[in-house]
Every structure is written in C-alpha cells, then in structure tokens.
Design a protein around this ligand. Sequence first.
Ligand SMILES: *Cc1c(COP(=O)(O)O)cnc(C)c1O
Length: 336
Amino acid sequence: MNPLHLNDILSAARTIAGTAIRTPLVPAPAFAAIAGQPVLLKLETAQPTGAFKLRGALNALAHLPPDAKGVTCCSTGNHGRAVAYAARARGLKAVVCMSALVPQTKVDGIRALGAEVRIIGRSQDDALAESRRLAAEDGLVEISPFDDPHVIAGQGTIGLELLQDAPELDTILVPLSGGGLAAGVALAAKAIYPAIRVIGLSMDRGAAMHASIEAGRPVEVEEVESLADSLGGGIGLDNRLSFALCRDLLDDVILVREEEIYRAMQALYFEERMVAEGACVVGIAALMAGKLPRPKGPIATIITGRNVDMTVFTRVVTGQDVTLGDHRIEGRPYAA
Ligand SMILES: *Cc1c(COP(=O)(O)O)cnc(C)c1O
C-alpha cells in the first residue's frame, strides 16, 4: 500500500511556502531544437540553499516531535545544507554526517549555517551509520535525505508546480539518487495527470536505484567519484519508501556517462548561461546523447542545484581534462 497521497504533497506545499521559493520554469530553446519539442528547466538553483532539498527538509522539520532536541542526517551535501538551514530557522541543533567524497564547498556552506559537520569514511553508508548512532545515543531525530514520507512529500511540491505552470507536459526528467525527489515528483504529477511520463536519470557508475530496480530489491553499489556527486550513495538496504515508489511510478531509468555529463554542463553554461551541478544536467545529457524516447509534447527537467565545486566547473567549461578517482574525462572545448 502506498503510504503517501496527493494530499500530503498539497499540505507540504502550504507548510514550506514562504521559506522555500516557488521556482521559475523557463524555456531552453537550444535544447528544444534537439528534442523537437519545447524543453523547460525548473530552476531549483534559485532556492536559498542552492538546491531543491530545502523543500523536503522544511517539511520534515515541521513534523518533528515537540520534544526533539535537535536533528541529524547523512548527506551528499545538499540535504545537509537544507537541514542546517531549516534547523537554524527553528533554533534547533543540527549534526550533518558526510563522507570524504563530499566537495569542500558543500562542507563550508553547511558550517556557515551553524551546523556541526562530521566527515566519516568514504561512503554515504558510513555517514548514515554515524547519523543513526547519533540518533540512538544522543536523542537527535534522524532525517533521511530520501526515505522519509515528509521529505518525499516536500520534494513532490516540485511536481505540483510543474503541472500548474505547464499542464501540457509530456515528460518529466528527474535526476535520481536515493529517489526522494523522483518519488515525490512522480506521485504528484501522476495524481494530477496519470498519462505523464516520469523518467529517472543517473550516472552509469554507482547508480544505486537503477541497480536496485533491476535486482527487484535494494542492493549496494560501489560508490565512486562522479561529476554528479549529488547522485552518489546507496538507497539503504532497509529502504522503506523511495525504492517501492520509484519502482512503481517511474516509466524508465536512463544512465548517462561522465563524458555526457561533462558535455551537458558545458551546453547548459554556454547555451543558457547557467552554472549548475553535474547532477542537474543528467536529463540534458540523455537528451543530447539521443538516449530519450521521443516526446509527444513538452519536456521538463529539474535543474536541482548549483552547489558545484567551482574549480571542477571551471575546468569543465574551459574544456580541460577532469580526473575522478581512476576515471579520466578527456577535455574538449565546447562547440555547439
Ligand atoms: C539529492 C540530489 C538529487 C537526487 O535526489 P534524490 O531524492 O536523492 O534522488 C539530485 N540533484 C541534486 C543537486 C541533489 O542534491
């Protein structure tokens, strides 16, 4: 039984209004030429924390037990920043646990909001274990980045806004990691317009939700460095909500290569003059690589965040090589 309904998402929209921004949906003509249909970008980069995760975090913090002493979470960066922001607004303590793979710019952004940061191990699983330990031992409330009904309902408000602003949408492209975003958006969009297609996109190395849907149950994947660092990490072997929702609601999950993400970051920058994380451009990457099914109407993709490491970003847009662990992306200047 699906424990979440459109009503939960409508209620989340009221809860987060005023703090999370109702973000613009803007046309991207350069990509429409490739798609043969209008392409719309949902600019979650405009959120005060630079990423959509503020929606879920605000909704989750609004539902804390009244005696909560504080909150803790694991994060690839953007959820931690969102939780830190929401906790500060309520005068609550926040402890954010992250692996050493998280870019320094994200760590700095979280500390600047007054949260305590703990760098634990080399994977999101290590960070999760620490966050659970803090919840058990220190009485902090753990807020999952994706496997929490209030977080999923909060992210789902993006789906509401998409269909309010573009009721004729044919396809929504959603960057996919733990699946809180994709689950919420698909739930909202399909409740309003059941025939809409919602496609999840991940990088081809370490795509935990894709591997889990293929296997029919949550599985572990090896976590490696990626241009789409916000999409790294597992979905939790004890996943309660986001796995089943993504499995049941997503029409497809498509994987893109690091080289395709690199090209898409360049294209978004030069064609639309936008600075965005690798995680945001996976939809555009799939479009440019000809990996999407043919749309019959407008496509929207969610530009999920802009908290990119500027050293890496500068290398990408100037066409230099980028080294990610043992994977090397050969640089190439952008040419339309
Ligand atoms: C967290 C995140 C995602 C993926 O969201 P999930 O709910 O984990 O699938 C995509 N893009 C950015 C920028 C993120 O921070």
